[in-house]
Design a protein around this ligand. Structure first.
Ligand code: GLU
Length: 475
């Protein structure tokens, strides 16, 4: 990884500035949108294993042009103020681009979650949540966290419960955090959402022959050779969906302990099980192992999916990256310097603020579900089925009176008659969001002679929307 310490915000800001330079925005407003509004740092002690341990946590609010503000909480030893602020800024632009009605925020706790037992992590999480809740930095109307690296459904359930213990009469308490497990107010499809969004983003890209050609590729996703960096929640779901549903071949996976590679394509599910049981990718049967995993970022392939940390493609390796198409499943995997090198080479980059927005999109659905206190589809599903039955019965009745009788196949009837449940509706909403956001970026990319890449186009769309909100507020 490149040295991003202190440089991640600078990198995001450099990309922001490049877009602003092409816009007609007053310098004052451009500056107001760019800056991070506030970052709260908290140090708290928890008595564990017979001693007091002090932890450092952050919650950064980048922009409150819409409230609540939204963004995950990361657990990692690499968490620091600049990282949290950069990630919060990306949340602002991401939410604007995919039209989720939130400002941008991000949190982090400097901790290695693997060092602690679940009951200890619960104590630490509840204490961190307590510190944020009492300052309204977790609140359904003001600031709604979600999972990020090192956190998941379990942590979100603890945070939600902690908020509800401290706000017993808040009927919307569950909406204080998203990414909760289904039995604690979560929504179907949230865990897979970011990876699913990456798949929908690629599917949308491959619907546009001009765009495919810009990357020097042709055809469909079927048979495309893909390298994935990071088999965590996002990388794993993306790789799994692309290989089992779209015919992609995952020819290499890069993980903490190295990389594995196979020209025939890796069985992602088996590889995930191997990582879970052995702790790494080494010795995965039928694949070649490479201890220096980052070398595989430079492998010859069709699509590169960085789905790990920020700054993995940097000034030092960008020139050697051969993939003609990069989709940023992680936040900030390509530094501003690397971005310039890659664009110069003609690499097409589907940028993070769009590519990984599936998570916050489905978080939005979960928040709406919590506020409406009813599962999506509960009222309509059976009514929809009943109406479909009426149509099918009528068609079958009519067919009996004809000379040439015909019947509807059982398969058709099964598919057509079934009303959509929550998971189906969530996927439909996510797919629609990813298609719509791509088209808004694409229009700018194609229509303007001075815009040469999707990232700048995405920033222009997002910044225009944020600027319009500020202007409507009279700023
Ligand atoms: N942590 C995720 C992200 O970076 C999800 C944020 C959310 O759902 O609020 O987009």
């Amino acid at each position: 990884m490149a040295d991003m310490h202190g440089g991640f915000s600078a990198s995001v800001n450099a990309m922001y500035d490049q877009a602003v330079a092409l816009m007609d925005l007053s310098p004052g407003l451009a500056q107001k949108i760019r800056v991070c509004n506030a970052t709260y740092t908290v140090r708290f002690g928890v008595r564990l294993r017979g001693a007091i341990h002090t932890f450092t946590g952050y919650r950064s609010v980048h922009s409150e042009h819409m409230e609540p503000v939204k963004g995950g909480i990361r657990y990692s030893l690499a968490v620091h103020q600049d990282e949290v602020e950069a990630l919060a800024a990306l949340m602002t632009y991401k939410c604007a681009l995919v039209e989720t009605p939130f400002g941008g925020s991000k949190g982090g706790l400097c901790i290695d979650p693997r060092e602690w037992e679940p009951h200890e992590l619960e104590q630490i999480t509840r204490r961190f949540a307590y510190e944020l809740i009492k300052r309204d930095m977790i609140n359904p109307a003001q600031n709604v966290p979600a999972p990020d690296m090192g956190t998941g459904e379990r942590e979100m359930a603890w945070i939600s419960d902690q908020y509800q213990r401290m706000n017993t009469t808040d009927i919307n308490g569950r909406a204080c955090v998203t990414g909760k497990p289904p039995h604690a107010g979560g929504i179907a499809g949230r865990v897979e959402a970011t990876g699913r969004g990456v798949q929908y983003a690629l599917q949308e890209f491959f619907r546009h022959p001009d765009d495919i050609a810009k990357a020097g590729l042709s055809g469909t996703l079927d048979g495309k050779r893909v390298v994935v960096q990071g088999l965590g929640n996002v990388g794993w779901h993306a790789a799994q969906f692309l290989s089992t549903e779209d015919g992609c071949k995952i020819i290499a996976v890069i993980e903490r302990d190295g990389a594995v590679q196979s020209d025939d394509g890796l069985d992602v599910e088996a590889l995930r099980a191997h990582i879970q049981s052995t702790g790494g990718v080494k010795d995965f049967p039928g694949a070649t192992y490479e201890a220096d995993g980052s070398k595989l970022l430079e492998a010859e392939c069709d699509i590169l999916i960085p789905a790990a940390l920020e700054g993995t493609i940097h000034e030092g390796n960008a020139a050697r990256v051969q993939a003609p198409l990069i989709i940023e499943a992680a936040n900030g995997p390509v530094t501003a310097e690397a971005n310039a090198i890659l664009l110069e080479k003609g690499t097409v980059i589907i940028p993070d603020l769009y590519a990984n927005a599936g998570g916050v999109t489905v978080s939005y659905f979960e928040w709406v579900k919590n506020l409406s206190h009813i599962r999506f589809g509960r009222m309509q599903r059976r009514a929809e089925e009943a109406r479909h039955h009426v149509l099918v019965n009528e068609l079958e009745r009519l067919s009996k009176n004809r000379d040439v009788a015909w019947t509807l196949s059982d398969d058709f009837k099964k598919n057509y008659l079934r009303g959509a449940g929550e998971l189906e509706l969530v996927r439909s909403g996510l797919d629609d969001t990813m298609r719509g956001a791509y088209q808004s970026m694409r229009e700018v990319w194609h229509d303007r002679d001075d815009v040469h890449d999707l990232r700048t186009a995405g920033f222009i769309v997002a910044i225009s929307r944020i600027a319009a909100t500020y202007q409507a507020k009279g700023l």
